[in-house]
Design a protein around this ligand. Structure first.
Ligand code: FMN
Length: 323
């Protein structure tokens, strides 16, 4: 399957693994890239730019295929030294960066001068057009279904993707809620040049997270995610848990008066405990696609399955219907 995305990134299949906090380590990234997709290391999971440089080197040892680095610029408790992380990316010879959150414009010249292709993650058509206008090479269009930050517009991919296709000239991948071949084919039909998956890649053999996290995805249904931090306009879709129910209650009580201080203890610093120690009573990004996750394959099994089933859907079901 050749698309503008496989051409742009020099990959075999149009399947990207989105940056994920405390999940996007070299083990997963190399497994995705070795399977012909595009794996992406999460820069800010590494405590310092020096640690990111080591993680990039570790990933080069595990794959000779292209891989990327995610640079997230969300409102945070502390502002990381972005130029130094970017220096580590450039010196590490990485040629693809997934930016997310705030407008990445100020950081583009340094990366583009080093020959880096930029894919910016957007949750709306207007932000996608902005990304195109500032010179990004591609966008990842994240619908309302997505795990993590779906933005504040709440437009699901069935409408968001064809709207993006109407307006964008640069290629885009469909992101949010995707986990199987039917959805890959649908995304292509809606105008995307590939797909980006987050949650689905956590339930793989190589994802370096605690088994409890993978089991939670197998056991969850599409009804088991919640939106938190909406009053702060920093909405995040997470898997439900007692702590998450507590956060939702606080948000209901405080309404528009809520501040980050009201929930900081409940949301701050939970990722290492959840992802590495398997303590599941916390808040962690998770998409509605959990309802479609029923097994824990290797990344190669998952990607091969998506591609071969997509091929059958196109050649058999769709061709028959068209015929
Ligand atoms: C556990 C988890 C952590 C994530 N962390 C980040 C992150 O640090 N930066 C980012 O840009 N996106 C992050 N995302 C979003 C993913 O890159 C991707 O856009 C999203 O998961 C797509 O939706 P899906 O989960 O329905 O496939 C995260 C998603 C998950 C599930």
């Amino acid at each position: 399957m050749k698309t503008r995305i496989t051409e742009l990134f020099g990959i075999e299949h149009p399947i990207v693994q989105g940056g994920m906090h405390y999940v996007g380590f070299a083990e997963l990234v190399a497994a995705v890239s070795n399977a012909g997709g595009l794996g992406i290391i999460t820069a800010l999971t590494q405590p310092t730019p020096e640690d990111l440089a080591k993680e990039i080197a570790r990933c080069h040892d595990m794959t000779d295929k292209p891989f990327g680095v995610n640079l997230t610029m969300l409102p945070g408790f502390t502002n990381p030294p972005y130029p130094e992380y970017i220096q580590a990316i450039i010196e590490g010879g990485v040629k693809i960066v997934e930016t997310a959150g705030r407008n990445p414009q100020e950081h583009l010249p340094a990366m583009q001068a080093a020959g880096i292709k930029i894919i910016h993650k957007c949750t709306s058509v207007r932000h996608s057009l902005k990304a195109e206008s500032i010179g990004c090479d591609a966008v990842s269009v994240d619908g309302f279904e997505c795990g993590g930050h779906p933005g504040e517009d709440d437009i699901p991919n069935m409408v968001l993707l064809p709207r993006a296709a109407e307006e964008l000239k640069i290629p885009f991948v469909a992101s949010g809620g995707i986990g199987n071949a039917q959805q890959l084919v649908a995304a292509l039909a809606l105008g995307a040049d590939g797909i980006n998956m987050g949650t689905r890649f956590i339930a793989t053999k190589e994802a370096p997270v605690h088994q409890n996290v993978k089991d939670a995805l197998i056991n969850a249904s599409e009804l088991d995610t919640r939106l938190i931090m909406r009053p702060l306009r920093n909405t995040e879709r997470v898997l439900v848990s007692p702590v998450v129910e507590q956060i939702v209650e606080i948000e209901k009580e405080k309404g528009a008066d809520m501040t980050i201080g009201d929930i900081a203890k409940l949301v701050g610093g939970s990722y290492p405990k959840i992802m590495q120690e398997g303590e599941m009573d916390g808040a962690w990004s998770c998409g509605m696609v959990a309802g479609l996750i029923h097994d824990i394959p290797t990344c190669a099994e998952l990607i091969d399955r998506l591609i071969s089933e997509a091929d059958s859907i196109i050649k058999e079901r769709l061709t028959m219907l068209a015929g």
